[in-house]
Design a protein around this ligand. Structure first.
Ligand SMILES: [Zn+2]
Ligand SMILES: [Zn+2]
Length: 98
């Protein structure tokens, strides 16, 4: 069974289910302020999703001073998560927790 790392800076928690990892990122970590538009989103997966669903890669690179490797890495994480995640159950658990 694959283990999912939180992967937020300074945190090395790992989880058996990706849903657990995302709930952890949302509940346990400070929120992230998007450097492109200033929207505050949960850090981790939701921050990546926001950046790439709402903005172009060029905007992301400019705002975060990122290179193409950083973009590819995040897109890969996003694809990996989205191929397995039950986002509805994540949202329900987050709603229940706050
Ligand atoms: Zn964490
Ligand atoms: Zn934004």
């Amino acid at each position: 069974m694959s283990r999912w790392a939180c992967a937020i800076e300074g945190c090395d928690d790992t989880f058996d289910a990706v849903e657990d990892a995302i709930v952890h990122q949302t509940a346990e970590h400070e929120r992230h302020e998007c450097k492109v538009c200033g929207t505050v989103v949960p850090d981790g997966y939701f921050a990546i999703r926001h950046a790439f669903d709402e903005h172009t890669r060029a905007e992301f690179v400019r705002a975060y001073d990122a290179d193409s490797d950083a973009v590819r890495q995040r897109e890969q994480v996003k694809d990996e998560i989205e191929s397995v995640v039950d986002l509805q159950s994540v949202v329900e658990r987050i709603d229940g927790a706050v």
